[in-house]
Design a protein around this ligand. Structure first.
Ligand code: 4NP
Length: 161
């Protein structure tokens, strides 16, 4: 089982979109049983909220639906996950502040797995939800390819059980 948590600031735009996109991708490839996938915000500013409506509409346009309740990440959530995939450099710094600099080896920027590492710009400010979706989709695809190539043992282990 691979535990993956996506993290952004508010947990109402980018990280819940990434959670649903990645869940969908693993389901399509018949790999969902190998993963536990969640998402969190570094802030509690939207605690309990559903996905922000424009982000939800963008998901629906791409054939993905789901409900959500925003949650702030805790140190225990960092400990419980194998991969913490953040959207931007601010998220990374906020998480390292939370952990006192520990667990850096499992915190990655989502788009660091792509051929052009970059931040996923926050559509709360840019209002470009389609661009955020495209960056997230590319990041998730690249992350899954990385796992399949570098961590194939995790998948074969799951298949035996
Ligand atoms: P997210 O976007 O980090 O992608 O969920 C934001 C959502 C809410 C706020 C900021 C960013 N806010 O300031 O409430």
């Amino acid at each position: 089982m691979i535990n993956v948590a996506f993290v952004c600031l508010g947990n109402i735009c980018r990280s819940p979109v990434a959670e649903l996109v990645f869940k969908n991708m693993t389901e399509e490839r018949g790999l969902a049983h190998s993963f536990r996938i969640s998402s969190f915000g570094t802030s509690d500013c939207e605690e309990g909220s559903d996905i922000y409506p424009p982000a939800k509409r963008t998901l629906i346009i791409h054939g993905i639906a789901g409900n959500h309740k925003a949650r702030q990440i805790s140190l225990q959530d960092v400990i419980n996950n194998d991969y913490i995939l953040v959207m931007d450099s601010d998220n990374l710094l906020d998480l390292l502040r939370l952990t006192g600099g520990e667990f850096g080896e499992k915190i990655y920027k989502l788009c660091s797995f792509t051929e052009s590492p970059r931040d996923v710009a926050d559509p709360w400010y840019t209002r470009d939800f389609e661009k955020a979706y495209a960056d997230i989709e590319e990041g998730c695809r690249a992350f899954l390819e990385y796992l399949l190539k570098e961590k194939s043992a995790a998948f074969s282990y799951d298949k035996r059980h």
